[in-house]
Design a protein around this ligand. Structure first.
Ligand code: FDA
Length: 394
């Protein structure tokens, strides 16, 4: 029978992490599912994720590691599909994995294994996959959702938006889900780049000369802080600590960096007492990369031997090293963002099923929803969990 003649149970738009998980879950329940992507291949972000090894989940997944206008929204889905559930799937497919750091789980081999797993599960669940053509129009009539693609009308009783957000447009990322959501009267929380490097202005040129230097720091923005590596780039600041804080950061506000997060109070004065002839930059270089120590000493205006500097000045330097202010003038934007924060407003969706409460049959999952995880496998765990929740409910 012609696909157009008999409506599907569900059309899932977007063959990324969330869309594939949703499609295979619904397919396993015996539903007729059509999975559509405008790209030539499924799971393109999975393939490049985690440096090609896909950081597919995080053992410390908890709702407080997600940003959303409603911090409670992710609880139900994350509680019902856990990192262990995904791990069970991984192990059933014989995929070797390891914990890198901070609960982050990666494939030993390649991210390709995750895409192959999802595709195999979709195939076994009878999911039909259509790749390579943009969706021209979406409409709702006669109790069905109609998707026009390549001149053909495809119909289903349910439609799942799983087309992600606009981060990394060169990988086919779009804001399509927001357009469809708005078409159906759903509100969208202003999308913004997240997990994204900061840019610094010309006044910070001294730091830009450190491009390539990395060190462990504790970065603060208001009450939020992360302790991880920071990396100086020719445009500004990157590395896990900066990417994490960027998701919280608001324009025209400063961030503060603790360059000596393990140092005890009074450490510089103590150094002076022990080694009065030690040079400031040498002392700093005992815990920091030498080039960074030099720039910090220069900025602090502290040159020469410790013994020649008053305790008061050393205490002031300590305080500044513990709260070094940077005023980013922006970020590298969607072109370099790992994810999009904001998105389809959670107040429009059921947290149990991901269905739009005002538009029965319309679902939204994954990154297109206003739920954004920390760096470290949290975003894929949200994709799996929200995809599974919708796949169970369709
Ligand atoms: P996703 O973006 O994966 O999929 C959306 C799909 O919809 C795509 O296949 C796209 O082609 C398709 N689409 C878009 N517009 C369409 C349209 N108009 N019509 C039809 N199809 C359309 N997360 C993590 O947890 N661990 C990690 O290691 C990484 N690493 C990482 C590296 C890099 C470089 C990036 C950019 C991102 C990550 N992430 C990550 C984030 C992670 O990739 C992201 O959160 C998930 O892929 C989101 O899954 P979704 O299925 O929601 O969207």
């Amino acid at each position: 029978m012609d696909a157009a003649a008999q409506p599907y149970d569900a059309i899932v738009l977007g063959a990324g992490a969330a869309g594939m998980m949703c499609a295979l879950t619904a397919g396993q329940r015996g539903l007729r599912v059509l999975l559509i992507d405008h790209g030539d291949a499924p799971g393109r972000k999975i393939l490049i994720s985690g440096g090609g090894r896909c950081n597919f989940t995080n053992l410390h997944t908890a709702p407080d590691r997600y940003l959303s206008a409603n911090p409670h929204f992710a609880k139900s889905a994350l509680g019902r599909y856990s990192p262990q559930d995904f791990l069970t799937l991984i192990e059933r497919h014989g995929i070797a994995w390891h914990e890198k750091t901070l609960g982050q789980l990666f494939c030993d081999g390649s991210a390709r294994q995750i895409v192959d797993l999802l595709m195999q599960e979709c195939a076994e669940a009878g999911v039909t996959l259509l790749l390579g053509h943009p969706v021209a129009a979406i409409a709702q009539r006669d109790g069905l959702f109609h998707v026009t693609r390549n001149g053909i009308d495809l119909a289903a009783r349910a439609l799942v938006l799983a087309t992600g957000g606009p981060a990394i447009p060169k990988l086919g990322a779009t804001g399509f889900a927001y357009d469809v959501a708005r078409q159906f009267g759903l509100s969208v929380v202003q999308p913004r780049p997240a997990l994204v490097p900061f840019t610094l202005g010309a006044e910070e040129a001294l730091f830009q000369s450190l491009s390539g230097v990395a060190t462990e720091v504790e970065v603060h923005w208001q009450k939020t802080r992360f302790r991880e590596a920071a990396l100086f780039t020719h445009k500004g600041l990157s590395g896990p600590a900066m990417l994490q804080i960027s998701s919280y950061w608001q324009h025209r506000t400063p961030i503060a960096v603790d360059f000596a997060p393990d140092a005890a109070p009074g450490w510089l004065v103590e150094h002076k007492q022990r080694q009065p002839r030690g040079a400031v930059r040498r002392v700093l270089a005992s815990g920091l990369p030498a080039r960074l120590a030099e720039v910090l000493a220069e900025r602090l205006g502290l040159d020469g031997e410790l013994g020649t500097i008053t305790d008061k000045r050393l205490r002031a330097a300590e305080a500044q090293l513990a709260r070094w202010p940077f005023q980013p003038n922006g970020t590298e934007g969607f072109a370099k963002a790992e994810v999009t924060a904001g998105g389809i407003a959670t107040r429009e969706l059921s947290s149990r099923t991901m269905m739009a409460t005002r538009v029965p049959g319309l679902y939204a999952i994954g990154e297109c929803v206003d739920v954004t995880g920390w760096l470290g496998g949290y975003n894929f765990q949200w994709a799996w969990a929200s995809g599974w929740a919708a796949g169970q409910a369709l």
